[in-house]
Write a protein that binds this ligand. Sequence first.
Ligand code: FAD
Length: 291
Amino acid sequence: MKPSAFVYRRPAGIEEALELLRQHPDDARVIAGGQSLVPAMNLRMATPGMLVDLAGVKELSALELDGAGRLVAGAMVAHNRFLRDERVKSGWPAIGLAVRHVAHEQIRNRGTIGGSLCHADPAAEWAAVCLLLDAEMSLAGPQGARSVAADDFVRGVYETALKPGEILSRIRFPAPLGRWRWGFHEIARRRGDFALAGALVGLNVDENDVVQAGRLVVFAVEDRARRLDAALSTLIGRGIADIDTELIGLSAAASVDPRSDMHASADQRCHLVHSCVTHALAGAGVRPAGS
Ligand code: FAD
């Protein structure tokens, strides 16, 4: 299949991109890596009359640390750049754990963090990572700039907080504080496929490996990724070598309201959540009690 005819524009700055969107409110669409949009255009599920390519907007391709030690990623930073960046590897290891499961090498070279977040597939790893790490999104629009917390950005299946004419410009990840152990697990039919279910866990531990706080995100299960920290409440104050992962897996599975689709039923997804959570905990270094 081929896409319907469209006009191609490649603005050099974000203001120029916003102006193109303002001038063509009904048919202009931003394109980033094109890894989701182009297939949709080829299938004529999307028929934009104008593509506004963000590849020429240099400020959207920066990956840097700000004065507060936060990781600031331009929306056009490709998935693989995060996997190769030493600062990301040492300061935000949860990103690498999850993002290496995004699709395949070629798609990770072209696809971007911003494109993934704006596409808002419920099975996307980036939305889960941003939720786990309390990331903040910067949006640029005709009314100026605004910030949105990760939890408010993705609203549902292919639905975000972006208003017409707005562009996601940057994603900020808070500076790493304290000792954290991270774990990730997802289940997909084949490597590189979108997950049928997945879990990301973060355990904040003291010098004796006693858990001080915990974060848990499940994704590909409901209409969007969701924090399930309450399922970890029994861990607080316990050593990570003495945790019943089975109980936590069951508690997480009981807390979700999974969707059924052609890939898996709601019942199957409940089982998968249990399995993903227990494996993610193991990845974070938790040895089940008695083992
Ligand atoms: P595009 O395709 O260019 O754009 C996607 C959408 O976002 C469009 O609607 C576009 O208008 C909008 N958009 C893009 N950037 C912005 C912005 N800055 N501001 C406002 N709107 C914007 N993803 C996963 O997470 N996990 C997977 O396992 C996975 N598997 C895949 C397997 C295959 C075979 C393929 C083809 C894709 C897969 N993907 C997967 C999707 C991939 O990660 C894409 O890179 C990503 O979803 C979209 O990123 P992109 O940069 O290509 O965005």
